[in-house]
Ligand binder design. Sequence first.
Ligand SMILES: Cc1cc2nc3c(=O)[nH]c(=O)nc-3n(C[C@H](O)[C@H](O)[C@H](O)COP(=O)(O)OP(=O)(O)OC[C@H]3O[C@@H](n4cnc5c(N)ncnc54)[C@H](O)[C@@H]3O)c2cc1C
Length: 297
Amino acid sequence: MKNRLVVIGNGMAGARTVEEILGRGGADLFDITMFGDEPCGSYNRTRLGRVLSGADSEDDIFLNSLHWYRENDIALHAGVRVERVDKFSRHVFASDGRVIQYDHLIIATGSHSYLPAMDGLYTPSGTLRQGVFTFRTLDDVRRMMQFSQQKRHHRAAVIGGGSFGPDAAHGLRAHGLHVEVLSGSRAIAILGDHHITGVSVRNQPDIDCHMVVVSAGSRPNVDLAVVSGLAVERGIVVDDHLKVMDEDDVYGVGECAQHRGEVYGMVAPLWEQAAVLADHITGSDRSSMYLGTRTAS
Ligand SMILES: Cc1cc2nc3c(=O)[nH]c(=O)nc-3n(C[C@H](O)[C@H](O)[C@H](O)COP(=O)(O)OP(=O)(O)OC[C@H]3O[C@@H](n4cnc5c(N)ncnc54)[C@H](O)[C@@H]3O)c2cc1C
C-alpha cells in the first residue's frame, strides 16, 4: 500500500519538491495529488519579465507541462484552491468541493504581491481597479500585455523599484510605453475617476500615466495555514527537516515557509529546501537538514 501524499501549491517549490521526491523513488512510495490555484502546470516565475517583453513565449517558461503530471501518475487539480486542512482527520478541503485524505501533506503556497497603502488602488467592492496590476503570475503578465496594447494606453508607472520592478518596466517599454519607476514609499495615490490619469507622488509633481504596476515586494500566503491551526508567524514555521512546528506529517516549503526566523523570496533557498524535504519524506536520508541559505533572502 502506498502512502497518500498531498501537495498544496504547484509553483516552483511544490513542483520541484515533487521532482526531488520522484528522483528518490517516490513513485513507489506515494500516491501523489497536487492542488494548484493557477490553471496550468508549473512555470519559471523568474522569467515572467521575459514573457512580458516578448523575449520568451509562454511555452518557453514551462517547467512541468500537464503531460508531465500524467506521465508521472500525479493527480493534478489545476485551477483548484485548497481552502482548509483538517490536521486531525487529515483531510484537505478544496474550492471545487473535493475532500482528499492524506498521510503526508506538503504546503507550498508561495507568496502574493504586497500592495502598499495608497489611495485609488481599489474599486468600492475591494478589487483592484482597472489599469492597476500586480506582477506575480502569468495571468498578471497576460493582462498587462492586453491592456498596454490598447492605443490610448502609452504611459505606465511601476511602483516599487525593488527586485522585480525593473523587469516589469523593461517589459512594458518593449511594448512602446513610456515608463517611470518610483519607490513604494513615494507614491501617495492613483489618480483619475473612470480611467487612471496618473500617480501623485510625495514632494514631486504628479506623474501622468494610464496604467500602474505595483511591484513592491511579496508576503507569504499563510491564510490556509492560519485557518487550519498550523504554526504561523511571518510564514509557516518549519524546522530543519521542513516539518511544520508541532506537526508530524505536515511540511512547508518555499516562500510560504519561515525557517529559523527567515522567509526567503528567491529560488535558491527553495531548491535546497526541496532536496532536504525529499530526503526526509522518502527516508532516503533522514539525517539531511536544511540550515538556511546565505545567498538569498
Ligand atoms: C516577476 C518575478 C521575478 C522573479 N525573479 C527572480 C529571480 O530573478 N531570481 C530568483 O531567485 N527569484 C526570482 N523571483 C522569485 C521566485 O520566482 C520565487 O522565489 C519562487 O517562484 C517561489 O516559489 P514558491 O513555489 O514558493 O511560490 P509561488 O511561485 O508563489 O507558487 C505558489 C503556488 O501556490 C499556489 N497556491 C497558493 N495558495 C494556494 C492554495 N490555497 N491552494 C492551491 N494553490 C495555492 C499559487 O497560486 C502558486 O501557483 C521572481 C519572482 C517574480 C514574481
